[in-house]
Design a binder for this molecule. Sequence first.
Ligand code: BG6
Length: 489
Amino acid sequence: GCESSLSITVVGASGDLAKKKIFPALFALYYEDCLPKHFTIYGYARSKMTDAELRIMVSKTLTCRIDKRENCGEKMDQFLKRCFYYSGHYDSQDNFAELDKKMKEHEGGRISNRLFYLSVPPNIFVDAVRCASLTASSGNGWTRVIVEKPFGRDSESSAALTKDLKQFLSEDQIFRIDHYLGKELVENLSVLRFSNLIFEPLWSRQYIRNVQLIFSEDFGTEGRGGYFDNYGIIRDIMQNHLLQILALFAMETPVSLDAEDIRNEKVKVVRSMRPIQLDDVVIGQYKSHKKGGVTYPAYTDDMTVPKDSLTPTFAAAALFIDNARWDGVPFLMKAGKALHNKSAEIRVQFRHVPGNLYNRNFGTDLDRATNELVIRVQPDEAVYLKINNKVPGLGMRLDRSNLNLHYAARYSKEIPDAYERLLLDAIEGERRLFIRSDELDAAWAIFTPVLKELEEKQIIPEYYPYGSRGPVGAHYLAARYNVRWGDLS
Ligand code: BG6
């Protein structure tokens, strides 16, 4: 028959991402019966390891998302039996040819579909892609490669990388991951907007005053400084995760939900954005802070970071979309490590009600009377809308309260990890949530000039204490556009 088999190779199998995200996501898909009947998983890396050792390593990170799930242990054992390890160099065609042989044995003459997940450092990326692309799937099967950022560090290096990859793979075979697109509430953004009459008509400069995209983590680089120092927070979070959310938020209505229709609209809106001006950026870096007898380290205390590094661990920026829908609306981004909390959210602040009859009931601070829609991507997923409401009683006092959709209260099923959805999509050939090369070019065009300027002028970051709310410069930037950060007010 024409039964097919799926081989998934995790290149860079002993790395952090593989252990923390990729293997657990593959197991979750297996647990949910989302993987085809004939599948095999290969871990590929340089270090020597046996199949048994790989299985032990993987088993340590597999968790059943819901405690005491049925058959979890049994399922884990079955899953682990389908995992194999192959030790080889990332640039060795011979080693990949041997892997190919191993795969063919497992495929047993079936149509072979092959998915490579490249979880390797950028300097060996192209070599690994070349070798992976040389292993041949047979019988009309497909070969797809999932790649992780960094996709270069500016327009030029990104274009060069794209060009190199396209020597070995067609655009159709390349799945550029931005794991934020796999998050439940980011996917929900389009549903919220396009299938609710109360939102879609308001989605423009006419009703929206500003939009805020906020990312914060309550831990520092913690040993990942070697990678991070070469990139910084703007490349690590803003140019990809936050910009992708912004594109989905602000795009025009796509012709359909097909991948190309959506990606066409995303690239259009990103191309309508102005490159960011130096004036519209604030950068920060965390410094050591002592709290409750504990000393939290400075960024430059990370052993893998140069002592005189100016790399930003925090940034705030104002972006503008020069089109009819969004002319003049500030889109403010803020991203930082070692802040006071861990959170990712989208805040939509609406305009004042013209001629509001109740203005005098708000005192002098009319900004507190505007509606705000908050989409909390994580943690504790929620969508809530701040509305004005009369405080019950004989007087006339107004109060801003929340209409609240709190996922944990509304839905009993656990939310899948972003990597589960993205891996499943790659297996099914669904490209909607992956980044097309023209989208990537457009994204770099907005950030490259300001990144160069920051680096050439050696702009000193504003230092903020580990665990704080970040540099005050972020407030001044927002204030210049008459904006108050919703997460802090
Ligand atoms: C990664 C960044 O892309 O996203 C990390 O490189 C960051 O620096 C991570 O910690 C955050 O992802 P999540 O899903 O934990 O919010």
